[in-house]
Ligand binder design. Structure first.
Ligand code: F6R
Length: 607
């Protein structure tokens, strides 16, 4: 996730406006910053790695002339967070400048083609193919606008682009597929941005750009056309009535709710990982004698689920381990034949880095799964993969958890393929389901949110909850519990449901709420037994269940429904969503701020 902005004015300097806009977009990433303007028929560019304030201190971002310009703040995906990879990127002649938010899936093919045609590349980004491709089309005789349209027609993946051309200094061209972009229009200027809050200080008149559309902005005019055939689109401006703070949350009252709703898009991005990262990690996993899955908190719950994935798909046992326990539990056992797959959203969690130090000392191989390129974890790992969820602002992990699960499932599948542990038929079936998970998650959010609110009303004063599951959904139950206790401060208990009879069931009394994660899989029969034993002792049962599971619906007091037909190892992704929403609405019902849980920090950098 990156932030892009561009503006074209009738008078004055664009650069200070772009600089201020990038400050507001910094929540979308701050690995590097760059601005390009056109002055005197030439592009002027300033860019460097670092956050907006640091780059401004070094380069003075306001000190660029020109009434038109574009800017970018980067969340690195392809290419390290270095100056050379900072946007804007340009063509060979330095006349076309491009800023981009998104991931171009076919950039290596395009780059190979452009290299053969003599184009020279300065960066390791996917974005840089765009200015070169436009240049190439223009060399073939296309006008600038047509060259842009031909170029974006060939892009696969996600993009929000803003493009300027030194020879046509009156316009910015923007284009969209999957990544957000809006155009703002006032009496004296036009702008384009990744989000509405950044536009609001300039104007509250917004023109939405949809997927497959190209926008052309001058200081006085706005035009939209279809990318496919160039036909014009008529759309009215709309007036935004939110204040800036509400707009930053895109109309949601809290970042947590916004991030829960962002999950389908993040899952889609997690499906766009480059194959070579998955392959490299798979190679390391394949040759290791033992694998430790190292993490804390929510990321640990993802590792626990991953242990079931590796066992189910690859017949491989792994050791999920809470990082702060690693040295005591496995410190002596770990050796040169061990592999540590460390999972950390921030990549900076001290417990994890401390455990990794120890493992490196014992010559183990370190692999990483993180959301933060450039983090310490990426530096200490032999190989790492970035989950590409974009910054998570809510302290409680939500979208990063489901994306971690999806990346881990892809790794397990890839290892199963390499080891010949699954049939081609099963792989094919599984891949279909992987591709459906985005839509399924969207359905769960859209259909279950109101139900969650109603169930919260019934249980808002409960003193304690049980969260129970079996198999891989033990991890889902643990994650549901963690969300509820950290956000709504309700003491809660979670464990594999089969353990009830070994002790915890003694707490159950009339009216005690117990939440069961109950997909239709091999654990279901045993789980029904666990539901019955709780019911017999007066517990109120809430289930997250398969929408077609009438038998369990008849047994329980309340339920949340998940679309049918999800393979077991992907089930934690949709099944955790109602539990995230439950924790969120319980927090509200109990007057707690879900974005600022007490005593917690987003990144825990102390031991
Ligand atoms: C809970 C939560 C924490 C983190 C944990 C690890 O909602 O966010 O439990 O999961 O602190 O953080 P990372 O993944 O950054 O290592």
């Amino acid at each position: 996730m990156c932030g892009i902005f561009g503006c074209v004015l009738r008078e004055g300097k664009a650069a200070p406006i772009i600089h201020q806009a990038l400050k507001r977009l910094e929540y979308r990433g701050y690995d590097s910053v760059g601005v390009a303007t056109i002055y005197d028929g030439r592009l002027q560019i300033k860019k460097d790695s670092g956050c907006v304030d640091d780059v401004h201190k070094k380069l003075d971002l306001n000190d660029l002339n020109g009434m038109i310009g574009i800017g970018h703040t980067r969340w690195a995906t392809h290419g390290a967070p270095l100056m050379i990879n900072a946007h804007p990127h340009t063509d060979c002649e330095g006349k076309i400048a491009v800023v981009h938010n998104g991931i171009l899936e076919n950039y290596s093919d395009l780059k190979a083609e452009l290299l053969v045609r003599g184009h020279l590349f300065a960066s390791r980004t996917d974005t840089e193919v765009v200015p070169h491709l436009i240049e190439d089309y223009m060399k073939q005789g296309f006008a600038f606008l047509d060259g842009v349209r031909e170029t974006v027609k060939r892009l696969e993946g996600s993009y929000a682009l803003a493009i300027i051309y030194a020879n046509e200094p009156d316009k910015i061209v923007c284009a969209r597929s999957q990544s957000p972009i809006v155009i703002g229009a006032s009496d004296i200027d036009s702008c384009v941005s990744s989000d509405i809050p950044t536009v609001l200080p300039l104007t509250n008149k917004i023109l939405d750009v949809q997927n497959g559309e190209l926008g052309i902005l001058t200081a006085n005019t706005l035009n939209l056309v279809r990318i496919s055939d160039g036909t014009p689109i008529q759309r009215d401006l709309r007036t935004i009535t939110w204040d800036v703070e509400l707009a930053q949350k895109q109309g949601y009252p809290h970042f947590m709710l916004k991030e829960i709703h962002e999950q389908p898009r993040c899952l889609e991005d997690a499906m766009r990982l480059q194959r070579r990262y998955i392959d490299l990690i798979t190679t390391f996993l394949d040759r290791s004698r033992e694998i430790y899955l190292l993490a804390c908190g929510t990321s640990y719950n993802a590792c626990l689920a991953a242990a079931y994935m590796f066992s189910n798909l690859c017949n491989l046992s792994t050791h999920p381990i809470i990082a702060s326990e690693f040295i005591e539990q496995y410190g002596n056992a770990v050796n040169i034949e061990s592999t540590i797959l460390a999972v950390s959203q921030s990549g900076e969690t001290a417990d994890i880095l401390h455990a990794i130090d120890h493992a490196r000392f014992k010559a183990a191989t370190i692999l990483g799964l993180t959301n933060t390129i450039g983090s310490t974890l990426t530096r200490v790992s032999r190989a790492y993969v970035c989950q590409q969820s974009g910054p998570e602002i809510g302290v409680a992990a939500t979208k990063t958890f489901t994306s971690q699960l999806l990346v881990l499932a892809q790794l397990a599948l890839s290892l199963a393929e390499v080891r010949g542990k699954v049939s081609q038929e099963r792989i094919d079936e599984f891949e279909v389901k992987l591709n459906e998970i985005t839509h399924i998650s969207e359905t769960v959010i859209n259909t279950q949110e109101e139900k969650v609110k109603a169930v919260v009303e019934k249980y808002r004063t409960a003193k304690c909850f049980y969260f129970l599951g079996r198999g891989i959904n033990t991890a889902t139950a643990l994650e549901g519990r963690l969300k509820l206790l950290e956000l709504a401060y309700v003491p809660s208990i979670a464990y594999p449901a089969g353990e009830s009879k070994h002790g915890p069931i003694s707490l159950i009394q009339e009216g005690f709420p117990a939440i069961f994660v109950c997909p239709k899989n091999e654990t279901r029969k045993a789980l029904i037994g666990n539901i019955m034993e709780m019911k017999a002792r007066g517990a109120k049962i809430i289930a997250v269940l398969d929408e077609e599971d009438q038998e369990v619906k008849n047994l329980v007091d309340d339920y949340f429904e998940i679309p049918t037909g999800i393979p077991e190892i992907l089930s934690p992704i949709p099944y955790v969503i109602p539990l995230q929403l439950f924790a969120y609405y319980m927090a509200l019902a109990r007057n707690c701020d879900p974005d600022k849980p007490k005593n917690l920090a987003k990144s825990v950098t102390v031991l």
